[in-house]
Every structure is written in structure tokens, then in C-alpha cells.
Design a protein around this ligand. Structure first.
Ligand code: PHE
Length: 510
């Protein structure tokens, strides 16, 4: 983890030495904490999103059906990660990464505080602001981490692993806080005692998400300059010729337009009669895979390999991202949220995935170190990830059937998140690093955008799949878990079977 090249910048000294960020460029600690708090705001709000929407108006919610809430969840998450494409481009060409983080963070905070206003119009405006801000913030903060390390710096992967820890520490803490504020009888009692409206507890949860983003932004503003994280790519508008500047703006405009058009089509696919459009999410990448895969030239064949990995990731996230919808509803309505007779807010189940990332990531890192060259290739890791995902939903089949008799033990969901998180650690970091290795130098940003696109489409499908959730028909619910487990298992088998061909397309990248 800690080896450094001789040319590495001097190590950070001081309080951060104690928490393992030592030995990395000083800027990493700032980015670590800024992203920790941004993810705190993101996942703190996400833990409440669907539950708030389905809570009756008389109880302070939006009074929407579970099906409607699930579609909003999918469209929101899709928008967040699709906007990362023009957002990243705007940072590359116009704003520079630092400014994109600052503006993005401010817009995100404004979004969460808008959600804190109890008004349905404020709700949708708030979601739009968070999506817009995250599109600027998320790719840029990752780019800034990358910019801390030179191309030969061996600390790079370790730096990104630490960064991923920060993400998950934020993701772990957030639902504990926002769930307590929004759902707990203690908080409602306190509000009433203060003469405040206890039905507004949800909005206190959203406000806490906004406060988290403000903390992240404050850390970035106060320390980033001092600790000297790299500037990241700077504005190309500073380029000498007016022609270059004009071209930059045109590209940015077209990319934004294209993204908005794609978002429009995806939202349209929810409309009765337009559902078949959803097949395109998988069929278009499949067509790309075949088209490029048969090319005699190396670079197009690599794009073919990327398209296959993209399909795997879309299917993976389509099941995995149901954590915030299907599984959130299952936890809320069909699971006993208590340990040892002590009741906790159902949103707390959302902390299990980040908790398992924190616990398991070092285990996987050690495993890959130990296996060295004997570790499985990335297509095999994708297959294993999908197999674990299939197992997680297979586990939910008896769990769902048991709900016919009443709420079930929280341990079922602990098992689900354990299996899913193991899968996440096989697919998410592996996919990211493989995609960047496959990408030609000049197109790394584009390829990262494609990786976000996979996450966006998967999240969208998660919303679509979550919209069939039912708490009153145990058999239908069990069947839904069963067929999804079947699809994931088939996808896993396909990856195992195709491994030699995918490796051939990857041309030397493991
Ligand atoms: N937990 C990850 C994060 O919030 C999920 C993710 C994976 C998001 C891949 C985008 C792309 O960063």
C-alpha cells in the first residue's frame, strides 16, 4: 500500500499521519474529506427519498404510490450520473476541476436545502439541483485525485482505494443521521416539544444532508489551496486562439444537448406504449460490441471489449442499485427493524453496504496482493460479481416467501448486503481500472463517461424493476427476486464462457 517512488512529493505531516493518509500527496486528505461529506449528503438523502415519497400526505410525506416513487428514484439517479458526462466535459474545457467542485458543491447544498422546504414543487426542484451539482462535482473531484499522482506513481491505486473508503465512510454515517432525524419517534417527540411540526421530520433529514455538503465545501475551500492539490486540467478557453475557444464551446453545447436528449428518451420510456425503448439500454451496447468486436484493428476491438464490460455493469447496477428502492421498501415494510428488542429507523439498513465496503475492501486488496499474477482476469471477476449478485437475490426468495407470515429478521438483509458488497468490490474498482487501461490515452475522459453511463442506465433499470415492488403479495415478490437472480446467473455464465474471447478483444490488458 505504502510504497512510494523516489520522486514522490514530501509526505504530509501532522494529524492526518494518524489516519493512514500519510505517505500520499497532502492534497489527498482534503479531497478525501470533501468527497466523504458530499457522499454523506448524497446517500443521506437517498436513504429517505423513496420512503418520503410513499409516506401519506397526512403523515408529512408526498403520498405517492410505490410504483411512482420507484420511477422517480430511477430517473433521478440516472440524471445524476448522466449529467456527469457534460459536467466532466465542462470541467475539462471551461471551468477547470477546482471551480467545477466549488460550483457543483454549492448547487448540491442548495438542492438539499430546497428539499428541506415542505412543498412538492420544492421537492422536484431540489432533486434537479442535486443532480446538476453532482454532475459537476463527482467527476471533477475524482479527476483531482488522479491529478495528484504522476503517471509512474505507484501510490495511485492505493490513493484511489483510500478515496473509495472516504466515499463509504460518508455513505455509512449518513443514513444513521438522516434516518434518525426523519424517522425516529425520539426526533418527532423533540420537534413537538419545541413547538415545531413533527410531520416535518423528513425535511430535517434533508437539511442534514445539505449541512453535510456545506461541511465538505468548507473543507475544500479552507484547505485545498493550502495543501496544494493539483489544479487539475485548466480551462481551455485560456487557449490562445479564439477559434479553439469557440470549438470548445460548441463541443460542450453538443454534448449537453445530446445528454439532455438521451435523458428525455429515457424518461419517455416510462410512458405506456414506449416501454420497449428500454431494450435499447442493453441492445445498443450489444450491437456496438459485435460491430467493433469483429474489426481486424486493435483499437476498435478494445471498444468492443468495453461494450461487453458495459453490458455486464448495466445488469449488475440494475440489481445492485435496487438497494435504495426495492430493498429500502422491503426493509421498511417487511423487515423487523430492531436488534435485541431495540427499534431503529428502517433507513439504517442503507448503512450496511458502505459498512461492508469498509470491512471487505482491505480483504480484497490483500487477496489481490497475495494472488499477484495468478488472480482472475477482469472478465472472470465480472462473472464472479454477477454470480454473487444472483446469490443475493436467490437469498431473497425464501425471505420474500416468509413475509407472508409477517415481518422477518433483519439478518436476511445483512446477508443480502454482504453478498452484494462482495460483488461490488469485484466489479466496481476492477471495471474502472480496466476501462481506463483499455482506453486510448486521448479518450480516457470519454471512456470514464461511458462507465458513468453504465451506472446511470443500471440505476434507471433499478427504478423500473423496483416499480413492481409489492408488500402484500409474498409470492409475486419472491418470483420477482427469483427471475432477476436467474438473469444475473445467466449473465455470470455468459461472462465465464466468453472470457477467452473478451481477453482476445482486450489485446493484452488483463
Ligand atoms: N458507492 C459508489 C459511489 O458513490 C457508487 C458508484 C460506483 C458511483 C460507480 C458511480 C460509479 O461513488
Amino acid at each position: 500500500m505504502r510504497e512510494r517512488t523516489d520522486s514522490a512529493p514530501p509526505r504530509a505531516r501532522g494529524w492526518l499521519t494518524d489516519i493512514g493518509l500519510a505517505g500520499h500527496p497532502p492534497g489527498l486528505s482534503v479531497l478525501f474529506f470533501a468527497e466523504l461529506w458530499e457522499r454523506f449528503s448524497y446517500y443521506g438523502m437517498r436513504a429517505l427519498l423513496v420512503l418520503f415519497m410513499i409516506t401519506p400526505v397526512a403523515e408529512g410525506g408526498l403520498g405517492r404510490s410505490a410504483a411512482e416513487a420507484a420511477l422517480v428514484y430511477g430517473n433521478y439517479a440516472m440524471a445524476v450520473y448522466l449529467l456527469a458526462i457534460p459536467g466532466g466535459l465542462a470541467a475539462d474545457t471551461l471551468l477547470g476541476a477546482r471551480r467545477a467542485v466549488l460550483i457543483g458543491g454549492a448547487v448540491i447544498a442548495a438542492g438539499h436545502f430546497t428539499l428541506a422546504i415542505a412543498d412538492p414543487a420544492a421537492f422536484y426542484l431540489g432533486l434537479a439541483l442535486v443532480a446538476l451539482g453532482t454532475g459537476l462535482f463527482k467527476p471533477s473531484i475524482s479527476a483531482l485525485v488522479g491529478a495528484l499522482y504522476g503517471p509512474q506513481d505507484t501510490r495511485r491505486d492505493a490513493g484511489f482505494s483510500l478515496f473509495y473508503m472516504g466515499i463509504n465512510i460518508g455513505g455509512f454515517l449518513a443514513p444513521l443521521v438522516t434516518g434518525f432525524l426523519a424517522q425516529s419517534p425520539a426526533m418527532k417527540g423533540w420537534l413537538a416539544a419545541q413547538g415545531l411540526d413533527p410531520l416535518q421530520s423528513w425535511h430535517w433529514g434533508f437539511a442534514a444532508a445539505g449541512a453535510g455538503m456545506v461541511i465538505g465545501l468548507a473543507i475544500f475551500i479552507m484547505f485545498d489551496k493550502a495543501r496544494g492539490s493539483a489544479e487539475g486540467p485548466v480551462s481551455m478557453l485560456a487557449k490562445p486562439t479564439a477559434e479553439a475557444a469557440r470549438q470548445t464551446l460548441v463541443t460542450l453545447f453538443l454534448a449537453t444537448l445530446g445528454t439532455l436528449g438521451l435523458m428525455g428518451l429515457i424518461v419517455l420510456s416510462d410512458r405506456p406504449g414506449f416501454e420497449p425503448l428500454r431494450w435499447a439500454y442493453v441492445l445498443v451496447p450489444a450491437a456496438v460490441a459485435v460491430w467493433f468486436g469483429v474489426s481486424p484493428k486493435e483499437e476498435p476491438r478494445r471498444y468492443g471489449a468495453m461494450a461487453i464490460l458495459l453490458i455486464g455493469s448495466i445488469l449488475f447496477w440494475a440489481i445492485f442499485e435496487q438497494a435504495g428502492v426495492t430493498i429500502a421498501l422491503f426493509a421498511d415494510q417487511l423487515t423487523r427493524s430492531e436488534v435485541g428488542g431495540w427499534a431503529f429507523p428502517s433507513a439504517w439498513f442503507q448503512s450496511l453496504n458502505p459498512l461492508f465496503v469498509i470491512l471487505l475492501a482491505p480483504v480484497f486488496a490483500a487477496l489481490w496482493m497475495r494472488l499477484g499474477d495468478r488472480q482472475p482476469s477482469s472478465p472472470v471477476k465480472f462473472g464472479l460479481a454477477l454470480a454473487l449478485l444472483a446469490l443475493s437475490f436467490l437469498l431473497m426468495v425464501p425471505a420474500a416467501l416468509l413475509t407472508a407470515e409477517g415481518r422477518i429478521s433483519p439478518l436476511w438483509l445483512v446477508g443480502l448486503f454482504f453478498l452484494q458488497t462482495s460483488g461490488e468490490l469485484l466489479l466496481s474498482p476492477v471495471g474502472l481500472s480496466t476501462m481506463t487501461q483499455l482506453a486510448p490515452r486521448r479518450a480516457v475522459g470519454f471512456v470514464l463517461g461511458i462507465w458513468f453511463l453504465g451506472f446511470a442506465l443500471g440505476s434507471k433499470l433499478a427504478g423500473v424493476l423496483g416499480s413492481t415492488f409489492t408488500a402484500t403479495d409474498a409470492e409475486a415478490l419472491a418470483w420477482s427476486f427469483a427471475w432477476q437472480a436467474g438473469v444475473a446467473a445467466l449473465a455470470a455464465l455468459a461472462f465465464f464462457a466468453l472470457t477467452p474471447s473478451i481477453k482476445r478483444l482486450m489485446g493484452g490488458v488483463r
